[in-house]
Design a binder for this molecule. Structure first.
Ligand SMILES: *Cc1c(COP(=O)(O)O)cnc(C)c1O
Length: 355
């Protein structure tokens, strides 16, 4: 058995893969593959309705918010957010906590005025800035709740009166959040919700038309909301597999249950990193992510050897991102505690061999 610690696309539960493969052959006894059915068919409309319902239920989404399933990944949201929310004479505030946050701000700068309220680039993004001021006249404040590459996470929504927009690509559905605290949440599905190809957007309806810009329809949130995510052909298979994964999460007991598991998984791994004299965590302890655990070896020359042992022990995808180095274990919802234990055992085995 392989233990897949890949950062994204990433692991999904085995039963989701099995159900998805079955639907490729015969979708719900229709005698047709999920890959060939019409997105306008009753059967597929039911899939979209159920997927939306599951998101609403699992995240406790209050009324007044639309749920959209879009394409173009989180990267398309970097552009759609300012196009839809940033007026020509306004400015947007961004918190810079890593590559994705930087890209989001860069894209917004192509649309209008941007103020970076704080950045942790001075320490290669290994912490979350805490002291900064969000201008009260900003059209919105944007931040990245989980910095996939650096292993830092923002657990508390920063205090501000301006609309809050969050890139939750890599921690959506991993812990409880109060949706009413946010105005727009987006997430590429491929980290914690489903396969690549679909992007979840949860948007407060009040935001529709806020920028006063005339955008191409395909980049207009309201157009997608009015069409029930069927403005054009949606990513049928990605939505279907996301639905299967959301069903799995619901059957497990929902966000409360997965959050407790995620806390235990992260603690088990960080405890070993802190205990084992060969390893060291890279993120500031108070900002450590529960989804992406970044660490290096005290002696960098041993890293290739540990990586080779990890491969032998069927641990996949733990090489760190090139901008941080070392290792990164992505431990999303579907990764089990037994995979965490396999990694911890391997770290101990390495210690035994070397000491
Ligand atoms: C992976 C990731 C992205 C990029 O997502 P795409 O769907 O590839 O555009 C953006 N933000 C965060 C936090 C990510 O983890």
């Amino acid at each position: 058995m392989k233990h897949n610690f890949g950062a994204g696309p990433c692991i999904l539960p085995k039963e989701v893969f099995e159900q998805a493969s079955q639907a490729v052959i015969d979708f719900n006894g229709t005698g047709l593959s999920i890959l060939e059915i019409s997105h306008r068919s009753k059967e597929f409309e039911e899939v979209v309705v159920e997927t939306e319902q599951l998101v609403r239920e699992l995240l406790n989404v209050p009324s007044g918010y639309s749920i959209l399933f879009l394409q173009g990944g989180a990267s398309q949201q970097f552009a759609m957010v300012p196009m839809n929310l940033l007026p020509a004479d306004g400015k947007a505030a961004y918190l810079d906590t890593g590559v994705w946050a930087t890209k989001a701000a860069k894209e917004a700068k192509r649309v209008g005025q941007v103020e970076i309220v704080a950045s942790s680039s001075d320490q290669n993004y290994n912490y979350i800035p805490k002291l900064y001021t969000i201008p009260t006249d900003a059209a919105y404040f944007h931040y990245t709740s989980n910095n996939t590459i650096y292993g830092t996470e923002v657990f508390d929504r920063p205090a501000t009166q301006v609309p809050v927009v969050v890139d939750m690509s890599s921690d959506i559905l991993s812990r409880n959040i109060n949706i009413a605290d946010y105005d727009l949440i987006y997430a590429g599905a491929q980290k914690n919700m489903g396969p690549a190809g679909v992007t979840l957007v949860i948007i407060k309806d009040e935001l529709f038309g806020k920028s006063g810009r005339t955008n191409p329809m395909i980049f207009d949130y309201e157009a997608h909301a009015k069409a029930g995510s069927m403005y054009n052909t949606p990513p049928v298979f990605s939505i279907y597999v996301s639905m299967l994964n959301l069903r799995w999460l619901k059957a497990k007991g929902g966000i409360d249950v997965i959050e407790q598991e995620n806390i235990i998984k992260a603690r088990t791994l960080y405890d070993e990193i802190d205990r084992n004299p060969f390893f060291r965590g890279t993120a500031a302890v108070e900002d450590r992510s529960r989804m992406n655990v970044t660490f290096v070896m005290e002696n960098a020359e041993l890293e290739a050897e540990f990586l080779a042992l990890a491969k032998e022990r069927n641990l996949i995808g733990i090489k760190g991102h090139r901008s941080v180095g070392g290792f990164r274990a992505s431990i999303y919802n579907a990764l089990t505690i037994s995979s965490i234990n396999a990694l911890v055992d391997t770290m101990r085995e390495f210690e035994e061999r070397k000491k």
